[in-house]
Design a protein around this ligand. Structure first.
Ligand code: F0G
Length: 453
C-alpha cells in the first residue's frame, strides 16, 4: 500500500505544535511528514498476510482462525496454553490481574511504561535490574539489554516470598532496543528459579532479539531464527506479547504459558476484559494475519533487511557526529538528547525539547523516551531524573525507504548544528497522574534568541 506524504511549512508546524500543547502524541497524523513515533502497529502487511484476512473465521467461539493462530504460537514458542488479547498491555492487564498483589515486588530489565503502569496501579513495585552498561550510551557492548545478575540477586534476596514473577523484556526497548544474550536469559531464569520465582518474557521484539543472538553471540551463527526463538522461550515460564511489533500486525497480542494455574487464572480476567478465550479482543481475520506475520518475521532475511535499515540511519548520524545509544538498536535509534542539548537543564526535559525541535525543523515525529516518560515516583511524586534522556527515532517495519532515512538524518543534523542556540527546554503545565507523557501539556519555554518562536 502506498500513501502520499504531505510537506508542511515551519509556520504551519509551529501552529500545530502549539495546538497540540507541545506534545507530539496530540498531533494529527496528516500534520506529520515522516512518522517515527513508534514501530507499534505501524508496519506494512505482506501479500500473504492480506490474503489471510480473506480467510478469517468470525465465529464467536472455536473459530478456525484461532486454531490456526494457536498452532503457530505453540510451534514457535512451545507453550501449551495460548490466550489472544487485543494488544500487549491487554495481555499484561489480564495476566497481572491474576498474579500481582498490593506490595509485591516485580524486578525487570527496564519495564516498558505500560508494564510498569500495570504494576504500579496495583500498588506493587517495579524494580529495574538492567545492567549499568546500558547507562553509558557511548559504550559499544553487544548485549546492553541484559539483566544485572548482581542487582537481580539482591532484589530476590531482599524480597523473599514477595516476588510473584520477574519480567524479562526482549529486546530491552527502554534502554534503546538493546538485546539480551542467550547466556543472560539462561542465567536470569536459573537464578529466578532458584528462588522459586517464575519468569514472564515481555516478547514484543523477540525476533529482533533472536537476530542479535544469531549475529553477535558465539555458537548461534548457524542456527535459524526459529531455533533460537525456541531456545529463548524454553527458559521462561510464560510470555506476554504485543504482536503489533514482531507479529507484523496493526493490532494484536497474546499470553502463552505452560503453567496451568496461570492459564486458568488469566482466563477468568480475559472473558470480562477482552472477550471469550478463543478471540480475546481480536477478529478472526486478524488472528490469521498474525499467524502469517509471526511466521514471516522469524525468517532471517526479513529481520536482516529491517535491522540494516536502522543501522543505515545510525551510520548517517555517525557521519554527522550525533551521539546515540551505541550500538544501534533493533527497532530504533535512541539519540542521547542530554548530550545534544547539553545546555538545557534536566528539569526542562532535553529529550522532550529535542522532540519538539525535530518536528519544527522537518515535520518528523519522534518520541521521547526519557524523563517525561520516566514519570514521577508514585509515592514521593518526585520526577525520576536518574535514567537516560533519549529521543527515539523508531522505524516502522516495511514502510520507509533509505531515502527517508537520509531526510531524517539531515533534519537532525540541522538541529544539531544549532544546538548551542537551544538553551531552554519545556515546562510542564499540566500532567495526568499516571503515564503523563501521552497527554502532558509542556510548552517550550520562550527565549528571545530561540529561532522562530
Ligand atoms: N512491552 C514492550 C516492550 C513494548 O514496547 C510495548 C509497547 C508493550 C509491552 C505494550 O504493548 O502497545 O501492544 O499494548 N510499545 C510501544 C512502543 C507502544 O512505542 O514502544 P501494546
Amino acid at each position: 500500500m502506498i500513501e502520499p506524504l504531505r510537506k508542511s511549512t515551519r509556520e504551519e508546524r509551529e501552529q500545530w505544535l502549539k495546538e497540540a500543547h507541545y506534545n507530539v502524541f496530540q498531533l494529527r497524523s496528516e500534520q506529520v511528514y515522516i512518522d517515527l513515533l513508534t514501530d507499534s502497529g505501524t508496519g506494512a502487511m505482506s501479500d500473504r498476510q492480506w490474503s489471510q484476512l480473506m480467510l478469517g473465521d468470525e465465529s464467536y467461539a472455536g473459530a478456525t482462525s484461532f486454531y490456526n493462530f494457536e498452532g503457530v504460537v505453540k510451534k514457535l514458542f512451545n507453550f501449551k496454553y495460548v490466550i489472544p488479547t487485543h494488544q500487549g498491555r491487554a495481555a499484561e492487564n489480564v495476566l497481572f490481574s491474576y498474579l500481582v498483589k498490593e506490595g509485591n515486588v516485580i524486578p525487570g530489565n527496564a519495564h516498558f511504561d505500560t508494564t510498569k503502569g500495570h504494576i504500579e496501579s496495583r500498588k506493587a513495585h517495579a524494580i529495574d535490574v538492567t545492567t549499568d552498561e546500558a547507562k553509558n550510551t557511548q559504550l559499544e557492548v553487544p548485549f546492553k539489554g541484559n539483566v544485572s545478575i548482581e542487582k537481580l540477586t539482591k532484589v530476590l534476596e531482599d524480597n523473599k516470598g514477595n516476588v510473584p514473577f520477574m519480567v524479562l523484556t526482549v529486546t530491552n526497548n527502554t534502554v534503546g532496543g538493546q538485546p539480551v544474550s542467550m547466556k543472560n536469559i539462561e542465567e536470569t531464569c536459573a537464578l529466578c528459579h532458584k528462588y522459586g520465582v517464575p519468569v514472564v518474557m515481555d516478547s514484543a521484539r523477540f525476533a529482533e532479539n533472536a537476530y542479535f543472538i544469531k549475529t553477535r553471540e558465539l555458537g548461534y551463527a548457524d542456527k535459524s531464527i526459529k531455533e533460537i526463538t525456541a531456545e529463548m522461550f524454553s527458559h521462561v515460564d510464560g510470555m506476554t506479547m504485543s504482536a503489533k511489533k514482531d507479529g507484523l500486525v496493526n493490532m494484536g497480542g497474546f499470553i502463552a504459558t505452560n503453567n496451568e494455574d496461570w492459564y486458568q487464572g488469566a482466563k477468568l480476567f480475559c472473558i470480562p476484559f477482552e472477550g471469550y478465550v478463543t478471540y480475546g479482543g481480536m477478529n478472526g481475520r486478524d488472528l490469521n494475519a498474525l499467524a502469517a506475520g509471526l511466521d514471516e518475521n522469524t525468517e532471517f532475511d526479513m529481520l536482516e533487511t529491517r535491522i540494516h535499515q536502522v543501522a543505515y540511519l545510525a551510520k548517517k548520524l555517525d557521519e554527522y557526529g550525533i551521539p546515540y545509544q551505541r550500538p544501534a538498536g533493533g527497532h530504533a535509534i535512541f539519540v542521547d538528547a542530554d548530550k545534544v542539548l547539553d545546555q538545557v537543564p534536566i528539569e526542562e526535559f532535553p529529550a522532550q525539547t529535542l522532540t519538539c525541535e525535530l518536528y519544527l525543523e522537518a515535520g518528523i515525529r519522534a518520541c521521547e523516551i526519557g524523563y517525561m516518560l520516566a514519570d514521577r515516583d508514585p509515592e514521593t511524586r518526585e520526577n525520576r531524573f536518574g535514567g537516560l534522556d533519549l529521543l527515539r527515532l523508531c522505524i516502522p517495519r516495511r514502510v520507509y525507504t533509505d531515502n527517508h532515512m537520509d531526510v531524517i538524518a539531515a533534519a537532525l543534523k540541522n538541529v544539531y548544528d544549532r544546538r548551542h542556540e537551544i538553551t531552554r527546554g519545556v515546562a510542564i503545565e499540566w500532567e495526568a497522574p499516571l503515564m503523563r507523557h501521552f497527554r502532558a501539556h509542556a510548552p517550550l519555554i520562550k527565549k528571545r534568541d530561540r529561532m522562530g518562536l
